[in-house]
Design a protein around this ligand. Sequence first.
Ligand SMILES: [Zn+2]
Length: 94
Amino acid sequence: MEEGVRWLGKENATQRLSREQQRRVEEWLWERAERCASCGNANIRCEDVTSEHLGGGLSLHLRCSNSDAEAHALGFGLTWSRSITQEEAQQIGL
Ligand SMILES: [Zn+2]
């Protein structure tokens, strides 16, 4: 059991995004009118690392660009992850 857990560890389940892929994710979020849950900012940045789901799909690691907002005092809610399906990942070109 522990062997299997190690094999499925964090390192194997992450993937790096190119700057171009990050830009496409940001545009996709913009088109869907997604907002930062803490401050309502629409200008969301995509980090260059994603986590793969075992059953397909990805977790995007997102960051609010509005780090000066009071809602983010002490960094609260500045980063979060958002799950997308395999189909959505293909749409975006990830
Ligand atoms: Zn925010």
